[in-house]
Design a protein around this ligand. Sequence first.
Ligand code: ADP
Ligand code: ZN
Length: 617
Amino acid sequence: MSGQTEPLQSPSLNEQPAAEQILSKVFGYPDFRGRQREIIEAVCSGNNALVLMPTGGGKSLCYQIPALVRPGTAIVVSPLIALMRDQVDSLRQNGVSAAVLNSSLDPATRRQTEDALAAGILDLLYIAPERLLRESTLALLERTRLALFAIDEAHCVSQWGHDFRPEYLKLDTLRQRFPDVPRIALTATADERTRTEIMRCLLPDGGQTFIDSFDRPNIRYRVGLKRNARQQLLSFIRAEHLGHSGIVYCFSRKRAEETAAWLSKQGIDALPYHAGLDTEIRQHHQDRFINDEAVVICATIAFGMGIDKPDVRFVAHLDLPASIESYYQETGRAGRDGLPADAWMVYGLSDLMQIRQLRTRSGTSAAQMQLDRERLEALLAYCEHPGCRRPPLLSYFGEQHPGNCGHCDNCLDPPETWDGTEAARMALSCVYRSGQRFGAAHIVDILLGNATDKVIRQGHDNLSTFGIGSELDRKRWHSVIRQLLAMGHLMPDPEGHGGLVLGDQCRELLRGERSVTLRQDVTPTSRKGPVKRAEKNQTFQAPDDSPAWQKLRQWRMELAREREVPPYVIFHDATLAEVLARRPANLEELGEISGVGRHKLTHYGQSLLEVLASLDE
Ligand code: ADP
Ligand code: ZN
């Protein structure tokens, strides 16, 4: 087992302290977040629960605290080995007795763990579903006093989702064999269908459902126009995230590789990650990302699940994600520690053509097509939305947000809009008159009255729309066409030749029965001034460039290496930053800082105070 901290006997063995006490003494946090308190109360009193919370919402405490309050060992089912290891490391750093049981253990360690379980000295045992369901394990558990079962990533039970794990369907065994042990199922996937399925398969005997708000107030959402995507990304990183961890999501393996190579050449510590890489290399890159503090991973969607690094400062999309759901999952990996983080995306006309094309061509069932179409419309509407980003994002999860969050691109710097009805009509009629076969570049040539070879060859200089759009420039026309595509007034031709055809909905617009409002395009990196306004809203900003901050991070890194755990397992950035801001003079004051529990105070307190004292020398 990694880490050198001795598992301590938890307080639950001697007394039964209230949940609040455990929250502050063991985890060092002053308050519960969201609905944590209610959930913990329900589980502590022996009830089943279904918990839906966004990534980073704080699901783990919902079973970790009841695990300490209730007598016996809590069994945590998780499909992800990396995540189990991480959680166990973190728990041990807080002095909680926790262990894993999975295929990565050598026989001696396994036996040791099983003995610890039988002896009743484990507060939490993390276990992979296939091992849990073995008869020998179940028999072992029957001889053990159990506090609860926590089923993490509960959406893995859904055959509709892409994380489906067949073993999850067999977890009903737990109810049959351990009818008196409460079960808590947790997930960050919130759609109605998944929710129903989790209840049906994992909690058929009932349980209270707790849905927390899916809003992630510390994430700043930005969507901008793609011009030179790589260069835009580099400027963004250089301006706002030098020395930070980040994830860049790419559409293909090749693009992930190329982006990582290019960023590296520009001096950013970037690594690729995708399913096509050698297992060893992939693991190495993942480890570097987790253990270092400033690695940028350029990845396909293969990367992310099971990584709960709390200090990811930005998630960037160089290509459109598959749906709002994926976008939210992926961007949700930023800022789990609650400190400011960025969700940054650029997209353009060619992405739209490509993605609309993909969806129209795929040979799937009509029902699936319809679902895909709705998902895509929601995503595109989000991208082009001129108002606060949060209402369209959260309404996708059935939640209402009043808007005006003050912390997204559109709130910080409201986009200018203009009445695009006339321009839209010109573009649509130009597409129609030229025979619905040509791409955006040619359509714009006609509108601008450019007598290119192609325009002349096709005789399009004779069209009534030739030159009628000379009041707008090429950029603006591309923007009009992109927005019409996003709204579905234009579509790519079904054969996939890159031509544009009229969409079903454009008739009213052409007949003048409807108007459209278009937004002025901006590139995300060009927003300089307003960002400052956002920073005022934050409690503090990690003081990146100060030598004192670097010294604290250095101290943490040395401890982490010594103990073979990621640095954030020692202390989060949020905790270190608060330490720096408050400069505690003694252990008592240090213990008041969020994230400093009893155990960490005992083990690292003195050493941390010494580093603090040395800062002034
Ligand atoms: P999830 O599993 O929902 O993605 P985690 O359980 O990993 O989220 O929690 C995210 C982060 O928030 C963790 O670093 C955790 O320590 C922190 N956290 C959870 N609850 C609280 C709380 N009540 N106060 C302060 N920090 C918290
Ligand atoms: Zn907003």
